[in-house]
Design a protein around this ligand. Sequence first.
Ligand SMILES: C[S@@+](CC[C@H](N)C(=O)[O-])C[C@H]1O[C@@H](n2cnc3c(N)ncnc32)[C@H](O)[C@@H]1O
Length: 285
Amino acid sequence: MQKQILAFKLIRYGAGMKIRSFLNIKSSKHIFENYYNIINQFSGLGSDEFACMNYGIATDKKIELNPEDEAERYPLQLYDYVATGAGTVSLTGLDVLEVGSGRGGGASYIARYIKPKNITGMDLSRTATQFCINHYKNVDNLSFINGDAEAIPFPDSSLDAVVNVESSHCYPDFENFVAEVKRVLKPGGYFLFTDFRNASETDIFHNTFEKTGFRQLYEQDISSRVVDSLTEDTKRRLDLINKINLPWFIKFPMKDFAGCANSITYNAYATGRRRYMYFILQKPG
Ligand SMILES: C[S@@+](CC[C@H](N)C(=O)[O-])C[C@H]1O[C@@H](n2cnc3c(N)ncnc32)[C@H](O)[C@@H]1O
């Protein structure tokens, strides 16, 4: 098993290096930007079957969903859990930004079900942003822009809440990002945040939130709920990977990337090597 894992890692590293030199990628930010550009450009899938790119959460109480949203129940449940502050925060009627909105499924869920005054989804990937602009035209309180989490294109103290779901692990400087979120939030504004790190690296969350002056209202390790989500959602994820229209060197590591049951990623959460954390933070008033 150890040998298989090592061989897999070597192939993945080799493929990564090839893609990197082929695309003339200069920094880790470019790697993620190009990776997501490729996924969005060539997947050939619409927002009806592939609108979310997170690992999801299994919750005690299932949220109510329209039939057209049912396929992505677990990733949408994560959005609901994060955006409602696990039932303690209401974004209804507020000005909201999602940083790292991907293919827009989460921002669209918040716009339609939670009804903020406005929600803007922002993503570094140009193809993700274009996909969203094309696919969510009919949702009035929802818009999308291209932008970088470390240079958020909003004025100081202009937003009531910032949502960030499974995206910050891509940012080269996490502290820059958190400082930017604090800058654009109004006093008293909420930062609703969830992401993963290796277990030995989760201190970065507490240290950065403290250093940037956020008030931490709530913290939860949701790893076991994420594992339950991935277990339940594996068949759908495998079906999507089979359908996706991408070259083999991108498709090959996708089972792991998608967190399918018994993949390296899945086992990292199941064994506690990687932890998926949720925080509710507030800019002091
Ligand atoms: C795993 S996906 C999650 C997308 C979405 N939050 C969801 O749950 O479906 C991570 C997203 O972060 C975006 N991203 C990576 N680096 C970024 C940056 N510096 N600024 C903004 N978005 C970024 C990627 O383009 C990608 O769409």
